[in-house]
Structures are given as structure tokens and as C-alpha cells.
Design a protein around this ligand. Structure first.
Ligand SMILES: *Cc1c(COP(=O)(O)O)cnc(C)c1O
Length: 434
């Protein structure tokens, strides 16, 4: 063993030595963002909707959807989408458990509930093969999440939805700009929701966007959280027939139908417009950097890229919180946590130990939020649909096989090469840790 291959965790030299100087810093905020925000402040238009409507138009144009509707958060957009898709008392959505809570939890506020499906071990997105048997009379929507930028397998999901006449709500909070077989995610399902809070790939302040080409869904989402627009909206008529029996809509406009106020802060929309203008170019650099990292690790034992196959027409968008997949068997059984410690000791980023298993969380199993005298998850259900430990094996194994890799925002090859070298060094010298 050469001294150079002695692992840093055992006293050897570190693989990463260069200054990291901002390669992962995000968002990129320039004077253009500052000017756009100041313009709104100086005009005192923080609570208006003119800038938001421009942002919506640009967002819809980008996706080729008929509508985009700005929200105060991605969470708000998701709840609006659920309601717009008809989720009500006792109704069910099907979502992955391996996601941020907001993909599913807003359903509680509608007195509905969630049934979790497992994920596919390579894509970490909802497994189309684990959806159909979970559909009941009360299922209203499937919520695929493009986890960590990886597009969910939308074709079979849309087929299942069509067959059962239910809706698909894409959660695009991790995958702004990702392609699925050449099509932009967020324009494939019946409706899509995006978080654009500061941590996401398309980053502003707190905010969310809802896109759809379905007039009825757009009208409902508007009625739900945008009271200020209900008067100006040209209702097609379908909505009032289904939601209210009054022949005259007038008493209902000017008020949000669910009692929520979800419009976007105009400092968010102002910054969002600037961020969106530069996003494609910045995303392209992220893609180049991240693909370079994985290309360097091609064939290294135990390490599998979390990205769609090359030439599949699918891409990772902005690679939000990118991940890798670990196979400890290929490294003599070395546990992921020990592997991650060793990579970190080399000076590279390697985060292991995520705990995103919603189906095992007490909030989804025990909490009685609204005082029903039973857990909210089953308060309005005709059966106990809770899912115990062991019920979603791929999701539950995630903590031992998925880790976070550095999220490079710039294609600075020398730094990326050092990080890849750190991963390679630990994987190829795993025997030193056994
Ligand atoms: C961030 C996020 C949300 C919620 O968005 P907010 O803007 O934080 O409310 C929803 N789903 C996923 C998968 C997220 O990561």
C-alpha cells in the first residue's frame, strides 16, 4: 500500500486540498436580483399581484402549461392542488414515504389521508408497480415526487391514473427543469407544485408555484387561496356547480373558499423572475459539474450514480440535494455510515443517515390533530390504513444505502476531481476499514 492510498481517517493524506470557494454556494444573487426587489419595495407593491402575474406567465411559458399560479410556499401549492383534484373528507392520496413531509401532510388539512407507496431502488421515486393495488374508491390522486432531481417514471403513473380516473399531482420541488423522456417535469401530470424557497434549485425566498393546463383545476386553486382574484376570474361554470349549489356565484367571490390566503409575496416573485431568467444557464453548469463527478466514478465498486441513464432523454434538472446509492456488499460489507465518515475525513461532502420515512413517523400514526378522538391519519377512514415497519422495504432500507453527495453549482473540474478522488479512494481501499 502506497502512503498516498492510506485513508485520511487512518492518518493518511487528505484527497481534497483545494479551496472550495463557493462551488456549492446558492442561490447566486446579483445586483439584478437586488434591483428587482428594491423596485417592488420602493413602489410599496409587496402585496400586489402585478409582478407575480408576470412571473406566472414566464413560468407557464417555460413549462408550456396554460396556467401557473404563484403561492406563498410549495406546501400551500400542494394543498391547493389536492383540493383542486377533489380531495375531501376521508379521501386518499398515494405518495411516496421517501420525501419531504409537504408532499403528503397537507392532505390532513382537507380531512383526507395518505397511503404510502414504496420507491424504486434505483430512481428513489415512487415505484409504479406499487401503486395500483393501493387504489380504492376513495383515492383521488397520486403524488409522484421527482426526488433529488430524478424524474419519476411518469408514463406508467399517468396510465394508472387514467385507468382509474384519478389525478396526478407532480411534486417538482426537487427537480425544476428536469426532463422525463424529453418532456419537462411539471407539465406531465394534471397539476404540478414547485417549492421555490431559498434552499431549492430554483431559489428565491419562501414561495411556491402551481402549474396546470386544466382550466377547472386552475379555477379551483384560485378559489382556494387567492380571494383577491376571484372577482376578476371568468368562471367557466363547472366549478360552481360542483362546489356550491347557489346559482349565483357573487356571494362567494372575494373570499377564499377554504379560508386560506396563499398568494405569493411580490419580493419573491420579483426575485423569482430574475432567477428564472438565468436558471437554464446556471442549471446547465450544474448538470455539467454533477455529471462530471459521476462520470469520474463510473465503475468504482459499491457506488452507483442517482441519475437517469445517458441518452434516455431524462435529466436531473438542477440536481437538488443530489444523492448517491451505496452497495455495501461490493465493499466487503462496510457500513454506509463508516464509509461516509471516511469520505468526510478526506475533506469531501458525504452525508449519510437521512430519516425521511414518513410512514413510520408518529405524526402519521398517532397524532390526533383535530380532536377526532383517534389518529388524524385514520380519523375519516373506513379502515386502518396505517403502514407498520416492514411495509415499505425499499424506503426503509434507504438509510443504509443512500447518501448525499456535494451539490456543485459550478463546473470547476479540479475541485470536482478531488471530491471524486476522495470517494474513489475510500471505495478502493475499503479493506483498510474492515
Ligand atoms: C421543499 C419541499 C416542499 C415544500 O415546499 P415549501 O416551499 O418549503 O413549503 C414540498 N415537497 C418537497 C419534496 C420539498 O422538498
Amino acid at each position: 500500500m502506497g502512503e498516498g492510498s492510506k485513508l485520511a481517517i487512518l492518518g493518511g493524506p487528505k484527497a481534497v486540498t483545494l479551496d472550495q470557494k463557493g462551488i456549492t454556494g446558492w442561490p447566486i444573487v446579483t445586483e439584478e436580483d437586488e434591483e428587482a426587489v428594491l423596485e417592488v419595495l420602493r413602489r410599496g407593491a409587496m402585496s400586489g399581484r402585478d409582478v407575480t402575474m408576470q412571473f406566472e406567465q414566464e413560468y407557464a411559458d417555460w413549462h408550456g402549461t396554460k396556467y401557473a399560479l404563484g403561492h406563498s410556499s410549495g406546501t400551500a401549492a400542494l394543498q391547493a392542488a389536492m383540493w383542486a383534484c377533489g380531495v375531501g373528507v376521508g379521501d386518499e392520496i398515494i405518495s411516496p414515504s421517501l420525501t419531504y413531509w409537504a408532499s403528503a401532510l397537507p392532505v390532513f388539512g382537507l380531512q383526507g389521508t395518505v397511503v404510502f407507496a414504496d420507491v424504486h431502488p434505483d430512481t428513489l421515486t415512487i415505484d409504479p408497480g406499487d401503486i395500483e393495488h393501493r387504489i380504492t374508491q376513495r383515492t383521488k390522486a397520486i403524488v409522484p415526487v421527482h426526488l433529488g432531481g430524478h424524474p419519476a417514471d411518469m408514463d406508467p403513473i399517468m396510465d394508472i391514473a387514467e385507468k382509474h380516473d384519478i389525478k396526478v399531482i407532480e411534486d417538482v420541488s426537487h427537480a425544476h427543469g428536469a426532463l422525463y423522456k424529453g418532456r419537462l417535469v411539471g407539465a406531465i401530470g394534471h397539476v404540478a407544485c414547485f417549492s421555490i424557497m431559498s434552499g431549492k434549485a430554483l431559489a428565491t425566498g419562501e414561495g411556491g408555484m402551481l402549474t396546470t393546463s386544466d382550466r377547472y383545476i386552475w379555477e379551483k386553486a384560485t378559489a382556494w387561496g387567492h380571494y383577491g382574484r376571484t372577482r376578476a376570474t371568468q368562471w367557466t361554470g363547472e366549478l360552481e356547480e360542483q362546489i356550491i349549489t347557489a346559482p349565483d356565484l357573487t356571494p362567494f367571490v372575494g373570499m377564499p373558499w377554504g379560508g386560506y390566503k396563499y398568494r405569493m409575496h411580490q419580493l419573491t416573485s420579483a426575485m423569482g423572475r430574475v432567477q428564472l431568467k438565468h436558471y437554464k444557464e446556471r442549471m446547465a453548469e450544474i448538470q455539467q459539474a454533477m455529471n462530471y463527478f459521476w462520470d469520474l466514478l463510473e465503475g468504482v465498486p459499491g457506488l452507483q450514480a442517482h441519475r437517469p441513464p445517458q441518452n434516455s432523454g431524462s435529466t436531473m434538472g438542477g440536481w437538488y440535494a443530489p444523492r448517491g446509492i451505496y452497495n455495501s456488499e461490493k465493499l466487503g460489507g462496510l457500513h454506509l455510515h463508516r464509509f461516509a465518515e471516511a469520505v468526510a475525513a478526506e475533506g469531501a461532502t458525504c452525508g449519510a443517515g437521512s430519516r425521511r420515512r414518513l410512514h413510520l413517523h408518529p405524526l402519521f400514526n398517532e397524532a390526533d390533530i383535530y380532536g377526532h378522538g383517534k389518529p388524524t391519519r385514520i380519523a375519516n377512514s373506513d379502515r386502518d390504513l396505517r403502514q407498520p415497519e416492514g411495509s415499505l422495504p425499499v424506503t426503509e432500507a434507504e438509510g443504509d444505502r443512500v447518501y448525499n453527495i456535494p451539490w456543485f453549482k459550478h463546473y470547476w473540474p479540479k475541485i470536482i476531481e478531488e471530491h471524486a478522488a476522495a470517494y474513489r479512494k475510500v471505495a478502493e481501499n475499503a479493506d483498510q476499514l474492515l
